[in-house]
Design a protein around this ligand. Structure first.
Ligand SMILES: NC(=O)c1ccc[n+]([C@@H]2O[C@H](COP(=O)([O-])OP(=O)(O)OC[C@H]3O[C@@H](n4cnc5c(N)ncnc54)[C@H](O)[C@@H]3O)[C@@H](O)[C@H]2O)c1
Length: 407
């Protein structure tokens, strides 16, 4: 395969080694940078294990695996990244560390190089602002494991040149990834929608509205691949509460504060699967029948599921799209590929905008929570002469919300 380009990857840990593999599979020469030689050995091993797995699964033949491995070089000297057209930073999630990496990269790469960060939660804008040319900086949020997960969220800051965003998307799509674009807000698209929904599910359980089994079964019944409490246990309550705090810091929305039960679980060391206990207790075969941390509900509201959790989530989707933060098509793609959820606009179409709005109005009246205020876009869709047509126009618009065509 002819060389497609030259990419640098800084930090070859869980994410960086996968990102290096993605570029090498796509025919790029890759220069992987670590600080310590010992870390380079670990990275080499990771790449070998991952390509061997790809060969086993029939995704790659032996010759392909060898060629891929040969396309990656390893270094501890940042000057070796000088000739790279694209550099992706994947060092640990510490702002000062990433700033230092960006400052060093800024000094060695050429003026046309694209600089990208794989941060999950730090401000891409702040990182960009510390460089000599912030117009060439974007966020590229890969999912784990990068060689397998198809989605990459591409984050443009207020300083990113439109051509940089397009170039980042073209490069990633050329590597076989599906990209969605958004601006620099906490949680980007996928986590900003998924994590508050999970928090809401935890609070339903905490308030004794339904058992953990009822909540999880109702959401699986609504087409989700996993129940929210089982998913929270899988992700780890420490990770989820950190994302929620970051969201809350930026939005001030009380719904983004971790529900007290999640905080208690973290304090108790019950982080979910990785510590053997969370909402469920796990043994080697999976969840056991051991009781959860909350007693059975006194007055069950399980009959209101799944809409009770689905509708506020769809309202958040409508708010996000109505705010022009991401397009309807990108939100659909993000939730489908990022967490295997049904496409939210399919769910909205199935429930119907008017019924969704009516339910959300009830939630807002009941809670008086400003974050539950029905989205303007939901109101517009519900009021449209033909809500199906309005939804269709929204989903197929290549730009943003076609406000003039809604009711
Ligand atoms: N793990 C995930 O599921 C996931 C998913 C999406 C995004 N992210 C983000 O990706 C980034 C990396 O996460 P990770 O899980 O791969 O971390 P990790 O700890 O597995 O890997 C980080 C690597 O960076 C190296 N490193 C540290 N300082 C360095 C420096 N100054 N120069 C070069 N290399 C250095 C470390 O030796 C290590 O190999 C973080 O910003 C994280 O938020 C992680």
């Amino acid at each position: 395969m002819a060389e497609r380009g030259r990419a640098g990857v800084v930090g070859l840990g869980a994410m960086g080694s996968g990102i290096a593999e993605v570029f090498a599979r796509g025919g790029w020469s890759v220069v992987g940078l670590e600080e310590q030689p010992a870390a380079l050995d670990r990275a080499r091993q990771r790449l070998a294990t991952s390509t061997a797995r790809a060969v086993e699964r029939g995704k790659l033949d032996d010759a392909g695996a060898q060629a891929l491995t040969a396309r990656v070089t390893y270094t501890t000297d940042v000057a070796d990244l000088a000739g790279c057209e694209v550099v992706v930073e994947a060092v640990p999630e510490v702002a000062a560390l990433k700033q230092a990496v960006f400052a060093r990269l800024d000094a060695v790469v050429g003026p046309d190089a694209l600089l990208a960060t794989n941060t999950s939660s730090l401000s891409v804008t702040a990182l960009a602002a510390g460089t000599s040319d912030p117009s060439r900086v974007v966020g590229v949020h890969f999912f784990n494991p990068a060689p397998v997960q198809p989605l990459v969220e591409v984050i443009a800051t207020v300083l990113t040149a439109p051509a940089t965003l397009q170039r980042a998307r073209d490069v990633l799509e050329g590597l076989g990834k599906t990209t969605i674009a958004c601006t620099d807000r906490a949680g980007f698209v996928v986590n900003a929608l998924l994590v508050p929904y999970l928090n809401h599910a935890a609070s339903w359980y905490e308030r004794g509205f339904a058992t953990r089994e009822e909540i999880d079964a109702a959401m699986v019944g609504a087409g989700l691949p996993m129940g929210p409490l089982a998913l929270l246990d899988l992700v780890g309550h420490d990770v989820t509460t950190a994302v929620l705090h970051r969201l809350h810091e930026q939005t001030g929305d009380r719904r983004h504060l971790p529900t007290p039960l999640l905080t208690s679980l973290v304090e108790a060391g019950l982080l979910g699967r990785k510590s053997g206990r969370g909402f469920y207790t796990y043994d080697a075969d999976g969840p056991t029948d051991a009781p959860g941390p909350v007693p059975a509900p006194a007055a069950s509201r399980a009959g209101e599921l799944p809409e009770a959790l689905l509708v506020p989530y769809l309202n958040d989707v409508a708010t996000m799209v109505g705010d022009r933060y991401a397009t309807a098509a990108d939100v659909d793609t993000g939730m489908a590929l990022g967490c295997r959820m049904p496409r939210p606009f399919d769910q909205l179409a199935a429930l119907g905008p008017a019924a969704t709005l009516a339910r959300q109005q009830q939630v807002f009246a009941e809670t008086a929570e400003p974050g539950h205020r029905p989205a303007r876009l939901l109101e517009q869709l519900a009021a449209a002469d033909d809500p199906d047509l309005a939804l269709h126009a929204l989903r197929t618009a290549d730009g943003r919300v076609p406000a003039g065509r809604l009711g």
